[in-house]
Write a protein that binds this ligand. Structure first.
Ligand SMILES: C[S@@+](CC[C@H](N)C(=O)[O-])C[C@H]1O[C@@H](n2cnc3c(N)ncnc32)[C@H](O)[C@@H]1O
Ligand code: SF4
Length: 461
């Protein structure tokens, strides 16, 4: 039995701060897949075959931003209006074609996520057309349809067009409310402007308004973080994500830190270390929960049940996600997929498809060269752990006894190190475990790789 501290964390009087050294990655996972080539025939077959998935989603990527924020490396293309309008026109055509296929029509979609980049930067008219294209797919009753973006520029015309055309959830990156921290991070708008707009949007009788906050930004002291949490509670939003700043190679914070600099505010060069970030997480979690906010995952809380976070929870359960747009990722018939990120490559694929399809009876969405993978045989097995650890409770119900026994040494080590408690029915993460849950997921997959179990037991689970 191989058990290392990268799997178990280390024993410490203060596991929240010291169980691991640093958050290992934004997400955990392992791939039992290999790249495959999808020829035109296979592509056609995919779209003309009914799904076997019982839950599924659409993911639509809008890869434009007006500004490159210091902490982020999701910036892909500058937001030039003509570039965006050409993209949106082609994207809506692709969605319309896809919506008519057997694959799309064979089972309702539970959730749709329009992410980016900054989807709220498209015009009010484009939001309406995008919403109409989405409505051509069979959507489940009460399907969650999210538009992601930022508050700056998201005016009433955009909000009303989104609501009138089926969007019912809005996820805004706030990052920090503090005006000086925002300025240092390259964000528009000051605290008062954000609070006022969030209070207006949250008045809507049914739409869910969700905000993202990051802890660990340059200049963001514990005091500022406490004010950020208070502002999140006061602003009227129905849900909040608390993300730890991840050092992403190539962003401005990362480049500055390579030169030993902090991109702080005019008055502060402070940047929280891993221990302080752990305390920030604990403060945020405790403050929200003491105000009766309900925890839906290790980083997401809701004020009331208007907020459901269907996309995020189903995506972690490994459901089918049909991907659209340049850089959009998902899965079709169990094959992981990612469309080409490069805009001109993405547009080129649409032109080629138009020619190739003159002879074809049914027009299909373009096959964009990106990446396709063979089905991962352990995907369903892995999803149980990802979803369970992310939600904070890994239930043993429906898990083969052999699997639970095989993982017992790891579970016991987590318990000893203050990351979880175990009983006969489940493993529950402590607050420290929830803070380190991505390291624990990574550790669990490492444990399974170093201590392989009988493949049949995995598949039976
Ligand atoms: C794809 S971004 C879109 C955000 C939106 N365009 C905006 O301007 O707020 C989604 C979220 O990822 C999170 N994010 C981006 N960079 C991050 C980082 N380095 N560490 C942690 N979270 C990050 C932010 O909270 C952000 O709101
Ligand atoms: S935070 Fe949003 S606007 Fe800023 S670079 Fe990232 S995706 Fe673009």
């Amino acid at each position: 039995m191989i058990l290392t501290s990268s799997m178990t964390g280390i024993a410490s009087p203060d596991p929240l701060q010291h169980a691991f050294k640093v958050k290992s990655a934004p997400h955990a996972g392992r791939s039992g897949s290999r790249p495959i080539k999808v020829d035109e025939q296979l592509w056609q077959q995919w779209w003309q075959t009914e799904t076997t998935a019982d839950k599924r989603a659409l993911y639509i990527h809008i890869p434009f931003c007006r500004k490159r924020c210091s902490f982020c490396n999701f910036f892909e293309n500058g937001a030039k209006p003509e570039r965006i309008s050409h993209y949106m026109e082609v994207l809506c055509q692709q969605l319309t074609l896809a919506s008519q296929t057997k694959l799309a029509q064979s089972q309702p979609f539970d959730t749709v996520y329009v992410g980016g980049g900054t989807p709220t930067d498209i015009t009010a008219e484009e939001i309406a057309k995008l919403g109409q294209a989405i409505q051509r797919f069979p959507l489940a009753d009460n399907a969650e349809v999210t538009l992601e973006g930022r508050l700056n520029g998201f005016d009433d015309a955009k909000f009303n067009n989104a609501l009138d055309n089926g969007f019912n959830r809005f996820s805004f990156g706030v990052q920090s409310f503090d005006t000086a921290v925002r300025k240092a991070a390259g964000r528009f708008d000051d605290k008062e402007t954000l609070l006022k707009r969030l209070q207006q949007l949250s008045q809507h009788p049914s739409a869910s308004i969700v905000i993202d906050l990051i802890f660990g930004l340059p200049g963001q002291t514990m005091d500022i973080w406490q004010q950020d949490i208070q502002a999140a509670i006061d602003c009227g939003a129905h849900g909040v994500d608390l993300y730890q700043l991840i050092g992403l190679a190539g962003n401005r914070i990362d480049k500055a830190s390579e030169k030993g600099k902090v991109l702080g505010t005019e008055t502060s060069e402070f940047q929280a270390d891993s221990q302080t970030r752990a305390s920030m997480y604990a403060y945020g979690a405790n403050a929200l929960e003491s105000q009766q906010w309900q925890r839906l995952s290790s980083c997401h809380w809701r004020r009331d049940d208007r907020e459901r976070s269907v996309y995020n929870s189903l995506a972690k359960s490994g459901i089918e996600i049909l991907p659209f747009g340049a850089g959009g990722g998902g899965s079709i018939h169990g094959h992981g997929m990612m469309n080409a990120r490069d805009l001109s490559e993405w547009h080129q694929a649409q032109v080629v498809t138009e020619d190739a399809e003159l002879s074809s009876q049914t027009r299909l969405p373009a096959q964009v060269p990106g990446m396709a993978l063979s089905p991962n045989p352990s995907a369903a097995f892995d999803a149980i752990f990802k979803r369970g650890l992310d939600s904070g409770t890994l239930s043993f119900d429906g898990m083969e006894t052999d699997v639970v026994i095989h993982l017992q040494p790891l579970f016991e080590a987590w318990q000893q190190n203050g990351l979880a408690t175990i009983d006969d029915t489940c493993l529950k993460l402590t607050l420290a475990g929830r803070f380190w849950n991505v390291n624990m997921q990574t550790g669990l997959f490492e444990y399974l790789a170093k201590n392989p179990m009988n493949a049949e037991a995995q598949l039976a689970s």
